[in-house]
Design a protein around this ligand. Sequence first.
Ligand code: GRF
Length: 185
Amino acid sequence: MKKVVIFASGSGSNAENLIQLHHNKFYTVEAIFCNNEFAGVIERANRLKIPLKLFKRNEWNEVITSIKELNPDLIILAGFLWKIPSDFISSFNRIINIHPSLLPKFGGKGMYGINVHQAVIDNQEKESGITIHLVNEHYDEGEVLFQAAIKIAKGETPESLANKIHELEYQYFPEIILKEIENEK
Ligand code: GRF
């Protein structure tokens, strides 16, 4: 069975979806790494019986060591908010992120969560969507693997848009992860 690890900083609803749909079927989620002691993903990990590893900014070396021991086929960022250090990126083969906009639009520093959807609405965009991409040393700039778009409705709010985007994420992220993992040598 293939192995993955997930990084998450917040609610962790995507992490839970990836676990509920595929854990112990197509891959095992060996651990969730989290940088925020107040994150909702902690409760989810406990409930789903996935080891949760909380770490601080000065502990990236320990994180690298522990992931090398786990030896995952894929590393998944599902709402992880820190920039990934270059040592980490060069240590592992493929790292995948999901971003709640149609990159390159509305990416980069500060563009996370509701800020993204607020910016989309403020800019009077006609559509928004999700981007699943490989991670490199620049925020939100790695190779794009997949995008899906939706139209912005009349009277759309950042919150209503966030809900629609989450639905897209739940639909497509697990699918793309499976494709990636099957291609993994
Ligand atoms: C998602 O919208 C994802 O695109 C972004 O962060 C959000 C995480 O949501 N990177 P959740 O923690 O999975 O609920």
